[in-house]
Design a protein around this ligand. Sequence first.
Ligand SMILES: Nc1nc2c(c(=O)[nH]1)N[C@H]1C(S)=C(S)[C@@H](COP(=O)(O)OP(=O)(O)OC[C@H]3O[C@@H](n4cnc5c(=O)[nH]c(N)nc54)[C@H](O)[C@@H]3O)O[C@H]1N2
Ligand SMILES: Nc1nc2c(c(=O)[nH]1)N[C@H]1C(S)=C(S)[C@@H](COP(=O)(O)OP(=O)(O)OC[C@H]3O[C@@H](n4cnc5c(=O)[nH]c(N)nc54)[C@H](O)[C@@H]3O)O[C@H]1N2
Ligand SMILES: [Mo]
Length: 712
Amino acid sequence: MTRPDTSALLKAKIPGQETGIELKRTLCDICCPGAHCGIDAYVKDGVVIKVEGTREHPLNRGKLCTKGAANRQYIYRKDRLQTPLRRISNRGEGRFEPISWDDAYEIIAKRLGNYKKQFGPDSVVFFSGYAKWYRQFLHRFAYSFGSINYGSECSTCYKSNEMAWMATAGTITEADKQGANTILGWAQNGFHSSTLAGARYLALKDAGKKFIIVDPRRTPATQKLADIHLQLRPGTDGALAMGMARFILDNGWEDRDFIEKYTHGFEQYADYIKQFDLKRTAELTGLETRDIAAATELYATNGPACIHESSSPVTHHINGFQNYRAIICLNGITGNFDRKGGNIPCESTYYDQIAGYRTREHELYREVQPGPRTNGVGADRFPLWTKMMDEFQAMDLARQILEGTPYPIKAIFGMGLNFRMFPDTKRMIKALRSVEFFVQTELFMTDTAKFADILLPACTSFERGEFKAYPGGYAAFTKPVIEPLYECKNDVEILSDLVRVMEIDDPVLALGYDAGARFMLRDLSVSIEDMKAGDLPVLVPEARDPEPGEYLSAGIKTPTGKFEFAASVIEEFKDSHGLSPIPTYCDPLSDEEETEDFPFVLNTGSRLPHALHSRLHDMPWLRTLGKTPWADISLADAKRLGIDEDGDIEVYNRHGSVTVKARPSVKIREGVVHIYHGYREANVNDLVGGEHLDPYSGFPGFKSNRCNIRRV
Ligand SMILES: Nc1nc2c(c(=O)[nH]1)N[C@H]1C(S)=C(S)[C@@H](COP(=O)(O)OP(=O)(O)OC[C@H]3O[C@@H](n4cnc5c(=O)[nH]c(N)nc54)[C@H](O)[C@@H]3O)O[C@H]1N2
Ligand SMILES: Nc1nc2c(c(=O)[nH]1)N[C@H]1C(S)=C(S)[C@@H](COP(=O)(O)OP(=O)(O)OC[C@H]3O[C@@H](n4cnc5c(=O)[nH]c(N)nc54)[C@H](O)[C@@H]3O)O[C@H]1N2
Ligand SMILES: [Mo]
């Protein structure tokens, strides 16, 4: 066989000496840390010319989603920041002049140092947007600087679930879907939010598992998996869980042994849920009594049954934390806790991965914590959050900046902060205008970056290395596949430089990323050098999955040593903040007066498979998959209001309005409007109230708001 000539090889992007194309390996960090796929990067002359999924990678086995496939457009986006910049126009206008790294560091050191001296270290807040890889380092940087105020996008993401589990059972859990006969998928649509999970779900379905999906929308999961789809009104999940619990008790389907041996507060909870008979539950949730009954029977009698958790939609309501607890309590009532096929206690490793081994990620920052977290932003208003979480509740940040109480915030040190993801975005913008000093590290010239006084160019996962934990006991340490573009630096290098310029006494940060990683991974028998030696994740020998029953025999890690229907951790806030130790239910719209002006429920921000929050809407390939922002409405509502497919509609309420295309369909129930988030030209968070918050977690009510719609 003759070998094709070089130009043909080049055209086909074949690696080798003739072409000068090298195949190098990294990961895609565009979406959640649980799904950072292995990437084969084809590099020629220092430029990535092609990406593919790594076939040997234990997570993605060669596959990539649309987001991952668009990585070249991500790395080489035209608005990548190239040099450090100093703002020379009004905030938000976006005119900057390039400055040197040294000058940028000098300015930052001087300004932050002055605020610290004049107003105390807590007057400077440190905040991270969605990226997670540098988090522990930023957290430590805040603490070493002396400020207790480290916060992140976690103020709206996943942590409320974690709190609910910890408060109830002293642990987080994983659903043992393999071992289960019935899977209760509560807000489960991994087909969009975790693309790789789709194939795994289909395999479970093929294996004969029964699925109940609770979701106000019709989705790939409800269509491909659900034996029963409970299409409830958004945010009424707590009422449904309580109705199911009562129906289980009425029928004697509960696990008495488990309840007696392992639980606390059952009588009180059983008494409370008496009000949720099928009829009332159906009224509250908008479901049919027969569907609730059938789903409950399937769940309670075709066990073992596990509950698949979603990471945010159930908790994006003002009643979200308690709704989530009510769902968790179904495990306690049926005994599907720490049992094969139920929800199995587990521990999280490095950025919420469940990898079967532990790291010292929390120690990295806790060892330099400068004081009690009760001094943090939002601490007075959200004491449960403050007690249970290691960071401030950022939903109170804009208010504190604008009102200056309980103390003034003078500066923000942001990494990937994005105002568009906050409820009441206008208030967040106002706060960014009024804060005295705002530094931001970013990849791109985002609308938020335009408010920064000093803007520092960060780099992508292709231009740096990082430690990464994967389920199955894997650990990886990537290496850069290209040099940082332009003058970019990675975020941790920036922190490391700043520690030196600001003369902060922190030997770990001063030494940089590898030193921190060594600190966090010091208990593992695999060294970071071992991990770096190859270009695929390696197995950590001591990693192991938890065995069902192990946690119960070791003792439940709550104050009573029991699965707590009545959560001890909430007791102390009963009188001071009106929080209830047992799950209670309130309407998700109850904090705003009901009026005829806003008869619709606005549900926002379900995941789109080709988008990640605000971040990918500007990327040409991905944008073609959803050109203009739209609202899903029901066919009945469209007909009644004379709204056509793709007609412009205004969605509005007392907070604001957006104009989007209408997409009437069977996907959504009557009376509900759904809009995807993160669009510049139709920012749905202008319609979410900044004080529409869950008092337990501080989470915003992104997923139920009053609104109305009209044809434009
Ligand atoms: N209406 C509505 N709003 C929501 C939600 C919803 O469901 N509905 N969901 C909420 C949830 S769960 C979440 S998690 C948040 C997410 O909200 P954000 O975290 O604000 O999300 P992103 O739009 O991804 O913004 C992150 C920014 O970080 C930048 N970035 C990426 N990688 C790096 C890096 O390595 N270094 C630096 N310095 N910057 C980087 C990106 O360019 C981007 O501008 O949104 C919340 N907002
Ligand atoms: N492609 C892509 N993937 C992502 C992200 C992304 O932006 N893009 N973001 C990542 C992040 S930060 C997060 S937090 C996760 C979120 O991921 P998930 O937790 O899976 O959440 P979603 O995909 O937003 O929503 C899942 C389902 O919940 C339903 N839902 C909405 N409101 C309610 C409600 O009130 N009750 C019930 N029972 N269901 C409801 C929605 O209709 C949707 O079908 O996704 C992650 N994965
Ligand atoms: Mo999230």
